[in-house]
Design a protein around this ligand. Structure first.
Ligand SMILES: [Zn+2]
Length: 303
């Protein structure tokens, strides 16, 4: 026989859950902050209904040059888990954690990924770790597992749900990867060359055997010298590259100059370090990758 307490509390609890679901109110959800929009998407997929995700660097924004605002410090304090990419992508994250006095948990999503190093000659005076590991979907499998493990630790009651969500998503990542490999296989190896505005495709290029030439170095902060631009124009002409692309969060002026001086047409935007806004062509990681692969393949066909 049910106790009076149970009789009384169960309908109330059920009502509270219904209200939360109907209004989308996040009060009973696990609050998680992701450093940038692509990670936010992954946390949303793995966390599902149990998690409320806030993203610090939003769609179409540049995490390389992000400067946290007081609101970000406030957001971070209301969270129980901070998810970052790591590999030096968010140089501001540790400072934010410290200045906000955040004492919650953190997880580095790229933990366990084999990091790539950018050679020193790319306009940098020292070799740097390449942070753009998510550009290889086999790395994103590792990201997803790390996120699922962190959520399960924090919310053991949701572990089965996080596990199921991540396994289903990993299947989608594998489908994406096979599809992308097929697309590139149709392009002769000698034509798999692309110019992009910042050096973010190291993992992607290594995985799909596509050569990316970037005039701007690893970070969007670095401006190329006139000499570097002149060298690149020569290279475009010598190697007969027609596939030239810009990205959603960088200044396209440089590539406009390249296309004018080297006589190439700049292709549609690629989405590299940020998703597009909701409803755009790359408002999820899976859509971002499909968009980029489709555009890159179309560009390289003209090489
Ligand atoms: Zn980047």
């Amino acid at each position: 026989m049910k106790s009076l307490f149970q009789k009384f509390i169960t309908p109330l609890a059920a009502l509270a859950l219904c209200t939360a679901a109907a209004t989308g109110h996040a009060a009973d959800k696990l609050p998680v902050v992701a450093s940038f929009s692509i990670l936010g998407d992954l946390v949303r997929v793995v966390g599902g209904e149990r998690v409320a995700v806030t993203t610090l660097v939003g769609p179409d924004e540049d995490a390389h040059v992000f400067e946290p605002k007081p609101l970000d410090a406030k957001n971070i304090l209301q969270t129980q888990l901070l998810v970052t990419n790591g590999l030096g992508f968010e140089p501001w994250a540790q400072k934010l954690v410290k200045s906000a006095g955040y004492k919650g948990r953190s997880v580095v999503a790229s933990q366990g990924v084999k990091p790539r190093t950018l050679p020193a000659e790319k306009g940098h005076n020292h070799a740097e770790t390449d942070p753009h590991a998510w550009q290889d979907p086999t790395n994103v499998v590792i990201y997803v597992r790390n996120i699922a493990a962190a959520l399960s630790q924090l919310d053991p009651a949701g572990a089965a749900s996080y596990q199921a969500n991540s396994e289903a998503y990993i299947k989608e990542l594998q489908t994406l990867d096979s599809w992308a490999k097929e697309q590139f296989a149709a392009i002769p190896a000698g034509k798999r060359k692309v110019i992009t505005s910042h050096d973010a495709f190291g993992y992607f290029g290594a995985h799909y055997q596509v050569g990316f030439l970037a005039p701007q170095g690893i970070s969007t902060e670095a401006e190329p010298s006139a000499k570097q631009v002149a060298q690149l124009i020569k290279q475009i002409q010598r190697e007969k590259i027609k596939a030239v692309f810009v990205e959603n969060m960088s200044n396209p002026k440089l590539l406009a100059q390249l296309s004018k001086d080297a006589g190439v047409t700049v292709g549609p935007e690629l989405y590299v370090d940020a998703l597009s806004k909701a409803g755009g062509p790359a408002d999820s990681y899976l859509k971002l990758m499909r968009h980029n692969v489709t555009q890159l393949v179309a560009g390289m066909k003209q090489n």
